[in-house]
Design a binder for this molecule. Structure first.
Ligand SMILES: [Zn+2]
Ligand SMILES: [Zn+2]
Length: 834
């Protein structure tokens, strides 16, 4: 098509104009009341951290969600599509340190900037339900939930390990520990210290969180597997070993009690209580244990205790196997963790890889107690860790299969009161204490007389004070604010101290999506009736980096609220989707690599529509997207072609309004077939297939096919009502992907029914989506001889005639008698000859 000077596509003119109009119509993206009678659809993208700038990963995430929301609006659904800010967290404190700007001011001004970016990108969010987690109208409900959970025994306090920088004299977050050193003191090794901390008893829901995964078939298998592994259920047995000459018992956890007759030592964690007791009177042991503990701490800080070089020391004491009465040596080992299982294991080198390695290293004896099912015991190389075998050398249990033996041994332990069958989880309770300023204050008070006293509910919120000096030295900043710390005990009226820990920011993101349904409620976190209408979320979209913690915490919070009677759903979202990353030159975009592409630059150069459509077009949504500016330019050129095509023929299309179309034929039929096949494909994708990259490509193909016959269009060889249908439908199909251009062209074509967002999604006509021609196999006496092409919908007689006219068929039939013809319309032709 010749360049159409008159109709130049100028997103810099079109987009701000529509942005203004949309801003003046706040109801445009608002959900209808819950009694609207329309089916509901809740589409949610994970809320961003207000760092100050949207990045391309955000653009991709929100382009997917926004396309889906727009499509569902056009399908006539009552759509909830909200947005908010995960606004507490460490970066605000770091920025305060660096620029001397208070965290609140820094955060709120970042939010304002990012909201402007969202507006310019044309994202269809209902800002009336905006949630900002650092504001008291939100975080007061975190405190309220904390108190409700405390009442139910779901909140408790215990000593736990934290990262401690001796230079800063403060606790560090995990992300502030770099290679075991403080992020601000490169020469200072971070220590592990025990501090009293608050915990949520998420493990009370471990089994339910695991079982629920089986029913979440709208979640990616990858995400469900990650969660299963994180919860890490294992069935096993706890057994008490006696200790020679001492009153203590050693409780051992094992998943393979069937091998207990093969235990040749017991291994204790360096911090096990018995080790402390034994070392108290043995300075040599004390030194060696200290060394093991040091090694373990280093491995923990490096994040991989599994890869530790295994060391151990014998204590000189013996443990007594309760089943056999045998005495076996007690060792202390650096790979046994005090906070996993019971902090003690039995070592069975004949049937465990790790125990074998340890036994060989230290000359501990190896014993065979399991024989494989179909091999002589001696022929089986050790260690043999399969459960497919029978017990040998195991007293009265010899001859039993591993599984039978496990049951019998557990029963014996229960009878003898020296053990029991147990289920353990890798999932740990959720430590929510942070020694930070910029978070939700924990609503608890410490009184010398009464101990821990909850803040009475009518005194919520416990406000986070402003004007707090952030130094990141010398402990929690709140502890240095006397007017915050010093309070009157609600119980005895005496002087008391307020808790100075704040909550983990994962608390904020565990339930924010419920607040969206009733964001202005000042009497409750939300109205249960409204939440029940909207929940569960129909589609939740976000990065795979949140597949474990955020989604597990959210699933826990949902169950906790269900048990408080606030909601009825068990899971927060029916469907979940994790989009891929945006990379450039093969690496994740980052400032340090200098490969960051700014959304603002792209929008300024090519427009928001081209930037968004490219983010959907350049890769399947679940894969990584390698950003190519050429590609954005290409999408922009394509949108320009659509613009000129519609502008050129819009007078024809408008004039054809109300004209009844004739049955299409020839070129019109060909174009309409292509159009309806495109509608069918895109509709299917929005229904869950999500090949949005090929959808944009399909619209390009359709437009190419129309432009290829521009001369015939210009010569009126295609009837005006067909041109009208083509143009209107292209605009509707583009609306979820390029909302600005669609709005502009929709108006150009007459803008029937107002906003394109409320125009009905075009239905595809099945008569037109069918392929024009079908390939039909022709068989002679059951053998495939030829494949013929017939028009779709051909009658049996036409198929038979075409088959008999085929050259190959004719040559095979020569000189034979055709006895019978069997035609399956649309499928096959079978010829029977004699
Ligand atoms: Zn430090
Ligand atoms: Zn008191």
């Amino acid at each position: 098509m010749a360049e159409d000077k008159e109709h130049r596509y100028d997103p810099a003119a079109i987009e701000p104009k529509w942005q203004q109009r949309w801003a003046a119509d706040p109801k445009l993206y608002a959900a209808d009341p819950i009694d609207s009678g329309k089916p509901k659809y809740y589409v949610l993208e994970m809320l961003p951290y207000p760092s100050g700038q949207l990045h391309m990963g955000h653009v991709r995430n929100y382009a997917i969600g926004d396309a889906l929301a727009r499509h569902m609006w056009m399908r006539g659904y009552n759509v909830l599509h909200p947005m908010g800010w995960d606004a507490f967290g460490l970066p605000a404190e770091n920025a305060a340190l660096k620029n001397n700007t208070p965290p609140r001011q820094w955060t709120l001004s970042n939010i304002a900037g990012m909201k402007r970016q969202f507006g310019r990108l044309g994202m269809g969010f209902d800002w009336a339900t905006e949630v900002t987690t650092c504001l008291p109208e939100y975080y007061r409900w975190n405190q309220w939930f904390f108190l409700r959970m405390y009442e139910r025994g779901l909140v408790y306090r215990k000593k736990s390990k934290v990262n401690w920088c001796p230079e800063c004299a403060t606790v560090l977050a995990n992300e502030q520990v770099i290679d075991g050193r403080c992020w601000r003191h490169e020469d200072t090794l971070v220590e592990q210290r025990d501090l009293e901390q608050w915990f949520f008893r998420i493990t009370a829901y471990a089994q339910e969180l695991l079982d629920g995964l089986d029913k979440l078939d709208g979640w990616p298998e990858k995400v469900r597997t990650m969660q299963r592994n994180w919860i890490g259920r294992s069935e096993g047995t706890e057994v008490d070993f006696g200790v020679g000459n001492r009153p203590e018992k050693i409780r051992v956890f094992t998943t393979r009690v069937d091998t207990i007759f093969g235990a040749t030592s017991v291994q204790l964690a360096p911090e096990h209580a018995l080790v402390t007791a034994l070392a108290a009177g043995d300075s040599g042991l004390r030194l060696q244990v200290a060394q093991l503990l040091e090694e373990q701490k280093k491995a923990r800080e490096a994040g991989d205790v599994g890869a530790i070089e295994k060391h151990g020391v014998p204590t000189g004491h013996f443990a007594i196997n309760p089943y056999s009465g045998e005495s076996i040596p007690i060792w202390v080992a650096n790979y046994v963790l005090s906070d996993y299982g019971t902090g003690a294991i039995m070592s069975v080198p004949g049937h465990d890889e790790r125990d074998f390695e340890f036994a060989v290293k230290y000359g501990i004896s190896v014993r065979r107690v399991i024989a494989p099912a179909n091999l002589a015991a001696e022929e089986q190389e050790l260690p043999f860790s399969s459960e497919d075998g029978v017990l040998i050398n195991s007293g009265e249990y010899s001859g039993l299969s591993c599984h039978e033996a496990q049951k019998k041994l557990q029963e014996a332990a229960a009878r003898g009161a020296f053990g029991e069958a147990t289920v353990t989880f890798r999932l740990k309770d959720w430590g929510v204490s942070r020694q930070r300023y910029w978070g939700t204050p924990i609503p608890m008070i410490h009184c010398e007389r009464d101990g821990i006293v909850p803040v009475p509910v009518d005194q919520l919120p416990v406000l986070l004070p402003d004007h707090v000096e952030i130094t990141q030295q010398g402990g929690s900043p709140l502890a240095r604010v006397p007017e915050f710390v010093n309070v009157t005990c609600p119980k005895c009226g005496g002087p008391a101290r307020r808790e100075t820990d704040t909550m983990d920011t994962f608390v904020d993101s565990s339930w924010y999506f419920y607040r969206y349904t009733d964001a202005k409620n000042s009497n409750a976190p939300f109205d249960p009736a409204i939440a029940q209408h909207w929940f569960p979320i129909d589609q939740y979209i976000g990065g795979v980096e949140h597949a474990i913690l955020h989604l597990i915490y959210s699933r826990f919070w949902t169950r906790m609220m269900r048990d408080l009677g606030l909601i009825k759903n068990n899971e927060p979202a029916t469907r979940q989707f994790s989009q891929g990353m945006v990379i450039k030159d093969g690496a994740k975009m980052s400032k340090s690599k200098g490969n960051v592409v700014s959304p603002d630059d792209m929008v300024a150069r090519y427009g928001a529509d081209a930037t968004r459509a490219y983010a959907l077009f350049a890769a399947p949504p679940d894969r990584d997207l390698d950003w190519q500016e050429d590609g954005v330019a290409g999408v922009s050129r394509f949108l320009g072609r659509v613009y000129r095509l519609v502008m050129k023929y819009s007078p024809v299309a408008r004039a054809a309004k109300g004209t009844a179309p004739e049955p299409p034929a020839g070129l019109s039929l060909k174009l309409l077939r292509k159009l309806h096949q495109t509608i069918a494909k895109i509709t299917l994708d929005f229904e869950g297939r999500w090949h949005f990259n090929t959808d944009v490509a399909a619209i390009m193909e359709l437009v190419n096919e129309i432009q290829a016959v521009d001369a015939q269009l210009a010569a009126s060889e295609v009837p005006a009502p067909v041109i009208r249908e083509l143009l209107i439908t292209i605009v509707l199909l583009l609306a979820p992907f390029a909302p600005y251009l669609a709005a502009e062209l929709w108006e150009e074509l007459g803008g029937e029914g107002g906003a394109v967002l409320r125009a009905p999604w075009p239905p595809s006509n099945p008569d037109l989506t069918r392929e024009d021609e079908l390939e039909i196999p022709v068989q002679i006496n059951g053998k495939l001889v030829a494949v013929i092409r017939v028009p779709a919908g051909s009658a049996a007689g036409v198929m038979e005639a075409s088959a008999l006219a085929d050259e190959k068929i004719q040559s095979r039939l020569a000189g034979k008698t055709l006895a019978k013809v069997i035609v399956v319309p649309g499928k096959t032709v079978n010829l029977v000859v004699k």
